[in-house]
Design a protein around this ligand. Structure first.
Ligand code: B16
Ligand code: MG
Length: 216
């Protein structure tokens, strides 16, 4: 019997990957690295600085910037990303998310967010669902990013449950790997690429039966 739900944000609750892409592509153009949609797939679920490191390596520029310069580049990208986020409204929730959260709240099943994004509280506020989460892991407190299970273990702690008592929802392979590494039940939300190791997959949350999930 499961006792709580743990959600990734980008790709599960809303699609912010398109805004990350615009901001990284524009930053890449300034430093001479081509960031295309295919390469952007590799940045999903990856922290801001790790994403920058991957972009620099992709362009053969991994040794061209000091740490201070890289922090300035990441801040530039984030400024543009946050500007793009201003247009978010509850209409940007992915299909079935609002209904799923309402149903969980009605049943008394607590929900938490396990997102690599430092902008998660702001995004949830803009989407009008922040109050529906009992906890949001602060990614600044993490020692390791996904696929390490730390973020999912912390999310379960916020809900006062064990990882194996939770259902985790993820759209990225690194996230599914993190969920399974702490013996959580994994729901993979598909958006193109297959997800290996998920216990159940769907294209949107409308396809899921909550009572069946809780009995896993
Ligand atoms: P920020 P998730 C991730 O969100 C994104 O998929 C990833 O592209 C981004 O770099 C990361 O958040 C950090 O976001 O720059 O806002 O701190 O999928 O873990 O919800
Ligand atoms: Mg994601």
């Amino acid at each position: 019997m499961k006792k709580g739900f743990i959600f990734d944000l980008d790709g599960v609750i809303t699609d912010t990957a398109k805004y990350h892409f615009i901001a990284w592509r524009n930053l890449g153009a300034k430093i001479g690295v081509d960031v295309d949609l295919k390469f952007n797939e590799q940045l999903k679920g990856i922290s801001r600085m790790d994403s920058l490191d991957r972009i620099l390596a992709h362009g053969g520029k991994e040794n061209d910037f000091t740490l201070e310069e890289k922090e300035a580049l990441a801040a530039q990208k984030n400024d543009e990303y946050v500007t793009l986020l201003q247009s978010l409204t509850p209409a940007d929730l992915l299909p079935g998310v609002k209904e799923f959260l309402d149903q969980a709240n009605t049943k008394g099943v607590p929900c938490a967010i396990a997102s690599a994004s430092k902008n998660a509280p702001f995004i949830l506020e803009k989407l009008g669902v922040k109050d529906q989460f009992a906890g949001i892991v602060d990614p600044a407190t993490l020692h390791k990013g996904k696929p390490d299970p730390e973020i999912f273990i912390k999310a379960a702690e916020l809900l006062n449950i064990k990882p194996e008592e939770a259902v985790g929802f993820e759209d990225a392979q690194a996230g599914i790997d993190g969920i399974k590494a702490c013996h959580m039940f994994a729901v993979g939300v598909l958006s193109g690429e297959p997800l290996h190791g998920a216990d159940v997959t769907c294209h949107e949350l409308t396809e899921l039966n909550m009572d069946e999930l809780l009995q896993k």
